[in-house]
Each structure stands twice: as structure tokens, then as C-alpha cells.
Design a protein around this ligand. Structure first.
Ligand SMILES: *Cc1c(COP(=O)(O)O)cnc(C)c1O
Length: 420
């Protein structure tokens, strides 16, 4: 994505960031709606995060041993989510990889169920594409992943309850876990339909499998308590395991998984399931994450939500005015804009990867480049979320709003069949 492969053109090299703004190597300024793909909830170079990190660096960067910020960050996570125990790692990929190993160790089973279009990092077993029919085993999604790594993975269409039921009916006694993005954000943002995550949790429970909710993107981002705060907390259920990353690292490589105490007890050293990491929970990254989460108050989420609403409304108006059919799709403060005709969708909403794939990627590329030329850095792919931060003040939001009409007209010219 960062190579501009999906939109063409030359990727920008950035020199610095401050608040909502980025400066590239040529000195051009941009309002940033990527925010390092989500982590920077407070914006770039937040003064308090910076000061805390500088103090942590001065004390030494890594000890490979327990530290106080690690414990305090774990407490911050357990206070906001239903997880009872937390293990730190250095990336979201490691978090999901380790959660799946733990689920397999706990259940003594090997099969993993995931959804097409959900991304869980570059874990071999999860870089998988659906096999030739529903509830059949998957094939590698990229060269370099051996078939043996995906032959225990089942890939289903998102939101397809019948497919989930069928997969568990056929393979239930072999399924270790089902892993899903709590709200998909890697095929564009999709709001889970009411009760869908609960259905997944209940289906797993009925078959003795674990429900692994990947909140690497949504955690502490979609809302204060993540996507779980928008469904499980209200409906009274909890995932068995959860994964976190992005915002909880405050712009540093920190991620985590956690969950039920009895499941986490199986992890080494208490239990037999091996897991380790040289830099896991290191004091600089955990200080950045801890400081970020402590500053991420209700007011921050209200501000980010309101700024997101302003940008969504302005984008929708601009696209309407330019005659570009589109669907604005959000989950909490996260959203993306699909350039497709809602009349072509069964429910008018984007529900799965097949729906998302109808987006006009060429028109999006035109929109993206027009925004870039006008000083707004959108995600360089039609399938990524647009992010705002506490630092997106009126001036930054207005700069985005002002750029949208011309960008929508650029998208319209391509959408109508003009030259890319
Ligand atoms: C970003 C992401 C990951 C992977 O995290 P990395 O830190 O890039 O390895 C996993 N799951 C989800 C839902 C993500 O958005």
C-alpha cells in the first residue's frame, strides 16, 4: 500500500509530522488521514507522548525483563476490555499468530476459521483464500506460503451465518478457533450487523472452539473500548481471546493478545504453550502506548467522531454533486467510502468482500491523487479506512472539506469512462 501500488504514481517520502499535518521530503504539507494506518489517535508527535518517550529512552530502551510501564499498560487494557490477562508482543501479526497457537494448544484442535477480506497480519495460516466450495479447506493467498500452512484454514464470506453454521456442523470437533476482525477495516470499513459477533461467539462456544476477536485496528480506535464496547459490552458477552496493536502502541511497535484467565494460563511459563519475544513489552513502546491510552479520554473519542462525521458528510455531498455513486461505511469513528452503486447491493450496505470488491478502484485513484495534489494524504488504496485524530482541528478538517469537491469531480471523470 505504501508503494502506491493501488493508486499509481510516486509514493511520498515523509520528513516530519506534527498534529494532523505531514511534511514530505520536498517540503510539501498534507493533512494526514492515514495516521500510520491507524495508530496515531492523538496525531503526530503529541508533546506529552514525546516527553514520556524521551524520558523512557533516557532510562534505557530494553531490558528483556519486566518493567512498570508494561504492567500499567496491561492494566489500562484490562480496564477497557473484557480480557483478564495480557501478553505483549511487538506487532499485530505476532498477536494473532500467538493467539491462534494458544487456541490450538488450549483446545487440542488444529482448524482455524476466518473470513474473506479480513486481514490479521501476515501469518502464514491466515494468508489464505477460500477453497473450491464453502466449508472446504483454503489455499495459499500468496507465493511463499506452503499449502500445508493453509490446509487447516477455512475461509468463509463475512456475515454469512449459514456458511458459519455449515462449517461448524461439518468440522466443529476439529475447529480450534474462529478469528474475525471485530469490525472489518481491511476490506474498507464494514459495520458488523447487530448480533453478528455474538452469533459467532455463541457458535464457537457451542462447539468448544474459541472466539478470537482481532481488535488490532478497532481497539481503542473505533470507540474507547474498541468495537467490543459497541457490541459485546452492550449485549453481555466477551470473546475468549482478543488481539490489540496500532493505537495501544502509540506509534511504536507494541501489540498484545489477551483473554480468559484459564486460557491465558496455558501460555509459557505458567503453561506448556510456547511464546516469547526479545523486545516484547519493551519500556519505550509500552510507555508510548500507556501515555496514549491515558490521554485517550471520552472527549478525544467525541472529537474524533465529530471530525469523522464532518469529513464523511462533506465527501458524500461532494460525490453526490459530482454524480459519483458511493456508500459511506463506518464502524464507530472509523470509516471508508466505497465508490459503487448502492442499488447493486442486496441491502444497500457493503456486507462482505464481494460487495467491497465492486468499488471503482480507478475512480478512487483519481480521487486520491486530486486530494494529494491539494495537500490531503488519503489512504493510498480504496480498501483502507480513513482515520482522524484528536489533532484534527477545524483548520485541518476544513482543508479536507475544501479539497473534496474537485477530487470528486476528478473521480467522476474516470468513473464515466474517461482516461485514468
Ligand atoms: C494492522 C492489522 C494487523 C497486523 O498488525 P501489524 O502490526 O501490521 O502486524 C492485524 N489485524 C488487523 C485487524 C489489523 O488491522
Amino acid at each position: 500500500m505504501r508503494a502506491f501500488n493501488a493508486v499509481g504514481g510516486t509514493p511520498r517520502f515523509f520528513r516530519s509530522g506534527a498534529g494532523a499535518w505531514l511534511t514530505d521530503a520536498d517540503g510539501n504539507e498534507y493533512v494526514d488521514l492515514v495516521l500510520s494506518w491507524g495508530p496515531l489517535l492523538l496525531g503526530h508527535a503529541h508533546p506529552e507522548v514525546q516527553a514520556a518517550v524521551q524520558a523512557a529512552v533516557a532510562r534505557g530502551t530494553s531490558f528483556g525483563a519486566p518493567t512498570e510501564p508494561e504492567v500499567e499498560l496491561a492494566e489500562e487494557i484490562t480496564a477497557r476490555t473484557p480480557v483478564e490477562r495480557v501478553r505483549f508482543v511487538s506487532s499485530g501479526t505476532e498477536a494473532t499468530m500467538s493467539a491462534i497457537r494458544l487456541a490450538r494448544g488450549f483446545t487440542g484442535r488444529d482448524v482455524v476459521v476466518k473470513f474473506a477480506g479480513c486481514y490479521h497480519g501476515h501469518v502464514d495460516a491466515l494468508l489464505a483464500s477460500a477453497g473450491s466450495g464453502l466449508a472446504t479447506f483454503a489455499v495459499p493467498g500468496t507465493p511463499g506460503v506452503p499449502a500445508s500452512s493453509t490446509e487447516l484454514t477455512i475461509v468463509l464470506p463475512y456475515h454469512d451465518r449459514a456458511a458459519v453454521t455449515a462449517a461448524f456442523a461439518e468440522h466443529g470437533d476439529r475447529i480450534a478457533c474462529l478469528v474475525t476482525e471485530a469490525a472489518p477495516g481491511n476490506m474498507g470499513v464494514i459495520e458488523p450487523e447487530p448480533g453478528f459477533n455474538r452469533f459467532l461467539a455463541e457458535t464457537c462456544a457451542a462447539h468448544g472452539a474459541l472466539f478470537v476477536s482481532d481488535e488490532v485496528m478497532t481497539g481503542f480506535r473505533a470507540a474507547r473500548q474498541g468495537q467490543w464496547g459497541r457490541d459485546g459490552a452492550l449485549e453481555g458477552w466477551a470473546p475468549d481471546l482478543m488481539t490489540f496493536g496500532k493505537v495501544m502502541g502509540g506509534g511504536f511497535p507494541a501489540a498484545a493478545f489477551g483473554g480468559r484467565a484459564d486460557v491465558m494460563a496455558l501460555l509459557a511459563p505458567e503453561g506448556p504453550v510456547y511464546q516469547a519475544g526479545t523486545l516484547s513489552g519493551n519500556p519505550v513502546a509500552t510507555t508510548a502506548g500507556l501515555t496514549t491510552l491515558r490521554l485517550a479520554t471520552d472527549e478525544v473519542y467525541e472529537h474524533v467522531g465529530a471530525a469523522a462525521q464532518t469529513v464523511k458528510d462533506a465527501a458524500s455531498q461532494a460525490l453526490d454533486a459530482a454524480g459519483v455513486p458511493h456508500v459511506v461505511s463506518s464502524a464507530g469513528t472509523m470509516f471508508s467510502i466505497f465508490l459503487l452503486d448502492p442499488a447493486e447491493l442486496a441491502t444497500g450496505a457493503v456486507r462482505d468482500f464481494a460487495d467491497a470488491s465492486r468499488t471503482d478502484a480507478r475512480a478512487y485513484a483519481a480521487l486520491f491523487h486530486s486530494m494529494l495534489d491539494q495537500g490531503v494524504y488519503l489512504p493510498p488504496s480504496a480498501y483502507e479506512a480513513w482515520f482522524l485524530s484528536a489533532a484534527h482541528d477545524d483548520r485541518a478538517v476544513q482543508a479536507v472539506v475544501d479539497a473534496l469537491p474537485a477530487a470528486a469531480r476528478a473521480a467522476a471523470r474516470v468513473h464515466e469512462g474517461g482516461a485514468a
